[in-house]
Design a protein around this ligand. Structure first.
Ligand SMILES: O=C(CO)[C@@H](O)[C@H](O)[C@H](O)[C@H](O)COP(=O)(O)O
Length: 199
């Protein structure tokens, strides 16, 4: 019975160790690969963000679920370095009101329409590249002539197909865990590069 319901209880603990080591290897290799392959685009993106901040621009970040916590981390990394940034996923009252009253697909686009403008930067995070509210946010940001940055995985989804971000980073993995880990590596490096160049 236990074996049927909880097969992991019967597994040799060494299997779990091997599996952990394998995941660590996957994670490290993927993070090394994205940094190697995306070094040029990351530097170009850092230059664009540094120029935006020097010109008085602000950064708006957004994403769903795990990517909403990443959006908060990105905003905090910049704000903590004295560069103005805010996560549009952080205001629960506003996100739930817009989602409930208008539609979940507008929760980021509406905020960008109210707060953003030319010279600002929009940074979208998604693992699938296909979340409707994230894509609507990027479309609105582009219509406002903001600089657009997109992080995706899983082939990039519609974010990549329709090239909805000027600076686009697609992590080559279909694992949500590995994608989020690699995206975190990329945005931490981005924040370091920008803070060095923005002053
Ligand atoms: O992966 C996690 C948590 O790590 C989930 O919460 C995940 O973020 C949510 O399912 C999101 O709704 C997925 O959206 P997206 O990444 O495809 O844009």
């Amino acid at each position: 019975m236990t074996g049927t319901l909880y097969p992991f209880l019967r597994r040799d603990p060494l299997d779990l160790t091997a599996s952990t080591v394998e995941k660590a290897r996957e994670s490290l290799e993927l993070r090394r690969r994205v940094l190697d392959e995306m070094a040029g685009p990351l530097a170009a993106c850092a230059g664009a963000l540094a120029a935006a901040f020097r010109g008085g621009g602000r950064l708006f970040t957004f994403g769903n679920g795990g990517s909403s916590t990443d959006a908060q981390s990105v905003a905090d990394l910049f704000t903590g370095r004295g560069l103005p940034a805010v996560s549009l996923a952080a205001d629960t009252a506003l996100v739930t009101a817009l989602g409930n009253d208008v539609g979940f697909e507008v929760v980021f686009a509406r905020q960008l329409a109210a707060l953003g403008g030319e010279g600002d930067v929009a940074c979208a995070l998604s693992t699938s590249g296909g979340s409707a509210n994230v894509l609507r946010g990027l479309e609105r940001a582009a219509s406002l002539r903001m600089v657009t940055v997109g992080f995706a995985g899983s082939g990039g989804g519609r974010m990549a197909e329709e090239r909805l971000a000027e600076h686009l980073f697609v992590v080559p993995s279909s694992s949500v865990h590995r994608i989020q880990e690699a995206q975190a590596t990329l945005y931490h490096v981005l924040a370091e590069l920008v803070s060095a160049a923005a002053r």
